[in-house]
Design a binder for this molecule. Structure first.
Ligand SMILES: Nc1ncnc2c1ncn2[C@@H]1O[C@H](COP(=O)(O)OP(=O)(O)O)[C@@H](O)[C@H]1O
Ligand SMILES: [Mg+2]
Length: 311
């Protein structure tokens, strides 16, 4: 069943807001990525800034600037489950809003949760989403080309669309879903709407080539490195009885080991291991120390890679 456009998006969110700022600040190891994405988004919002820069450094607006600003405003976030795709997609608007001093609105659409029930439902969902967003942003760009606000359309859990590439089992409806997405993002580019579409998928290899070809950027998110695990664990466990050496040992033990040839994901650490450590210490009425951390680690195994070697 498809609801009216009020119920189309799970929950829209306006940036800047303090809770998004806290979530953004809690991310580790992604500063470069976020900086790159924000700069790209800012150039779409206000192309005059980058034109001014080109004039200053090249004496003119060189054609390369057009190549940048004409790109389809589509970011594809790929990678295993629990590596930060949804989190970054959901808080990127906050980073853009604070950097550009512009209001940003997030429109989240989850295809797995809502788009797979009935035949053709995903297609209708996508078509409506693009219609609604087009109506909302069609007047957001001023005559000088500068936009007064930005929309971020998040197509999360887009694996249903990604399956389309598997031609053998390709259903007519799947192709229609991909076509609705292509029509939507092409429309946004042609109308120069200040709307950024972010598509998240666990299965990049299966993503329709026509979608991949249009993407301004394809970011493959990975499991955290030793340093990133240590940074996250330090941030969460600061004030406990774990010493820096204990944290480092924990970061090491949550990396690739003989027992598990893949490291823990961000969500393994943040949503499973650390909360379990807290519960264990709390139940025993003692402080969190390395003994408890080790004990919990033993029984909290990392998530298996979704499709090892396929990305
Ligand atoms: N770089 C990061 N730093 C800190 N926490 C992270 C990071 N990336 C992801 N997380 C946390 O891991 C969990 C899973 O992230 P999520 O974005 O839902 O994964 P995905 O969408 O890739 O499956 C969330 O609680 C998120 O806050
Ligand atoms: Mg996700």
């Amino acid at each position: 069943m498809i609801e009216g456009s009020e119920g189309l998006f799970a929950h829209t969110e306006e940036f800047p807001n303090p809770s998004a700022q806290a979530r953004l600040a809690a991310l580790v190891g992604l500063d470069d990525l976020i900086d790159r994405l924000v700069t790209d988004a800012a150039a779409r919002l206000d192309p005059t800034m980058i034109q001014r820069w080109s004039r200053a450094v090249h004496g003119q607006v060189i054609p390369a600037i057009g190549a940048l600003t004409d790109r389809t405003p589509l970011f594809v976030f790929a990678g295993d489950v629990g590596v930060g795709k949804t989190e970054v997609a959901e808080v990127l608007g906050q980073a853009i809003a604070t950097r550009t001093d512009t209001d940003v609105t997030l429109y989240p659409l989850s295809l797995t949760a809502r788009g797979r029930g009935a035949v053709g439902e995903m297609t209708t969902l996508l078509t409506r989403a693009f219609e609604r967003i087009t109506a909302e942003f069609v007047r957001a760009r001023r005559s000088d080309g500068v936009a007064s606000s930005l929309g971020v359309l998040l197509v999360d859990e887009a694996d249903a669309l990604a399956q389309s590439r598997e031609l053998a089992q390709m259903h007519h409806e799947d192709r229609a879903g991909v076509n609705a997405l292509l029509r939507g993002i092409d429309g946004i580019r042609i109308d120069r709407l200040p709307v950024l579409t972010i598509l998240c998928t666990n299965r990049l290899h299966a993503l329709d080539p026509a979608v991949q070809r249009r993407a301004a950027t394809v970011e493959v998110f990975t499991r955290p490195t030793h340093e990133q695990r240590a940074a996250l664990l330090t941030r969460l466990l600061i004030g406990s009885k774990l010493s820096p050496e204990d944290i480092d040992a924990l970061a090491f033990a949550t990396g690739e080991t003989a027992g598990h040839p893949y490291s823990y994901t961000y969500s393994d650490l943040r949503q499973r291991l650390v909360p379990e450590v807290v519960l264990a210490a709390y139940r025993q009425g003692v402080a969190i120390d390395s003994v408890i951390a080790r004990e919990v680690l033993e029984r909290t195994q990392p998530t298996r890679p979704f499709e090892a070697g396929r990305l």
